[in-house]
Structure formats: structure tokens, C-alpha cells
Write a protein that binds this ligand. Structure first.
Ligand code: PRP
Ligand code: MN
Ligand code: MG
Length: 195
């Protein structure tokens, strides 16, 4: 696994420090807002590591749930039409939802999810993403109510893996984030063209 990494972008220590900063901001903002228990919703699968680290630094009572959305399949490019393949377990009516993502790329996944949470009656939706790749954005992220956007690091336009992020379902368990060597994905046929 380690041999497939070209460059380490963020080490495990750097990640831990940033996660603490993000959690501190959330602790501050959430304690200042409503009396309703916030719901942290992780986007499976990629967000599972970040969500686990983040919620353990949140000092208020919160609920945790997951939704599953898929757009990349086994290629490296988004197919532009994510689908929600696993619903929420919890009720989010009148709740403040913090959507937790590993990475925002085109924005398609988050836009779809924000619309979905709105339709489920969430009173506000914030987004907390570990990485943000604004250079690849196709749709802007429209938050709901008093929702805020929290971003860990700005990511260059490279295919990154680790800390929950995969290529073809591998590398999620790397404790750092690295750029994958092109030889690892060359020759893989994309399921859909870039759009
Ligand atoms: C990745 C990533 C985000 C999404 C971002 O998930 O985890 O959820 O793509 O891309 P977008 O902004 O272009 O929509 P993926 O669909 O690969 O599923 P995974 O989390 O199971 O790897
Ligand atoms: Mn994901
Ligand atoms: Mg993925």
C-alpha cells in the first residue's frame, strides 16, 4: 500500500491537529445555537474515519447517523449523478444536521444530500468536510438555514487516498492522505465519461 503513494499531503499528526481545530469551531458554534440535539450525518463510506475522529472531539451530546451515496464506482471520475442508496435511520425533522464528508469534489454528492435533508425537514444543514477541492466544483453548495461550511484542508486536483478515501475500495485504512501513483490507476477504464 505504502509503495503506491507518490507524495504524502497530510500526515497523521497534521490531520489530528486540524480535526481538533474543526471540532473546536463546531463546539463553539453548536453550543451557541439551538437546544435541539444536533445530528452528525456521515457520508459512507469515505467519511467513516473523519467522522469517528471528529465526533470524539465534540463536547456536546450529538446523534450520529450515516447515509450512503455513490458516484465514483471503481473509476477516478465522478459520474455526475450520485444516488442515495442507504437512507437515514434517524428522524431529522427540525434538527440541525452536520453533514460530514471526507472530500467535496464536484459538489454533486453534497448538493443531492442537502436537498434530501431539506426534504426530510432538517431546520439547518452545515457541512464539515475534511478536504475541499474547489478547483473541481461543478455545483455550488447551498447550505440550509443557519448552516455553516467547515473545511479541513484545501486539496490539489490530484487523486488522493487514505484517511477513509479509496481507489477501487482500497487504501481507506491509510492513516495519512497521499497522492496515488498514476501507475496504480492507469489502464482502468472509467465507467462513465467525465462530465
Ligand atoms: C466520494 C467522496 C465524496 C464524493 C465527492 O465518494 O467520498 O462522498 O465522492 O465527490 P463529488 O463532490 O464529486 O460528488 P464516493 O462516491 O467515491 O463513495 P465512497 O465514499 O464510498 O468512496
Ligand atoms: Mn463518499
Ligand atoms: Mg470514493
Amino acid at each position: 500500500m505504502e509503495d503506491d503513494i507518490e507524495t504524502v499531503l497530510w500526515s497523521s499528526d497534521e490531520i489530528s491537529k486540524r480535526v481538533i481545530e474543526l471540532a473546536d469551531q463546531l463546539n463553539h458554534d453548536l453550543s451557541a445555537s439551538s437546544t435541539q440535539l444536533p445530528v452528525f450525518v456521515g457520508v459512507a463510506t469515505g467519511a467513516f474515519v473523519f467522522l469517528a475522529d471528529l465526533v470524539r472531539r465534540i463536547s456536546l451530546p450529538v446523534s450520529v447517523d450515516f447515509v450512503r451515496v455513490s458516484s465514483y464506482g471503481f473509476g477516478t471520475l465522478s459520474n455526475g449523478s450520485p444516488s442515495i442508496s442507504s437512507d437515514l435511520k434517524l428522524d431529522v425533522i427540525d434538527k440541525h444536521v452536520v453533514l460530514v464528508e471526507d472530500i467535496v469534489d464536484t459538489g454533486n454528492t453534497l448538493s443531492k444530500l442537502i436537498e434530501y435533508l431539506k426534504s426530510k425537514g432538517a431546520s439547518s444543514v452545515s457541512v464539515c468536510t475534511f478536504l475541499d477541492k474547489p478547483s473541481r466544483r461543478k455545483v455550488s453548495i447551498e447550505l440550509v438555514g443557519k448552516g455553516k461550511f467547515y473545511g479541513g484542508f484545501e486539496c490539489p486536483d490530484k487523486f488522493v487516498v487514505g484517511y477513509g478515501m479509496d481507489f477501487a475500495e482500497v487504501y481507506r485504512n491509510l492513516p495519512y492522505v497521499g497522492i496515488l501513483k498514476p501507475r496504480c490507476y492507469q489502464g482502468i477504464k472509467e465507467e462513465r465519461p467525465k462530465n
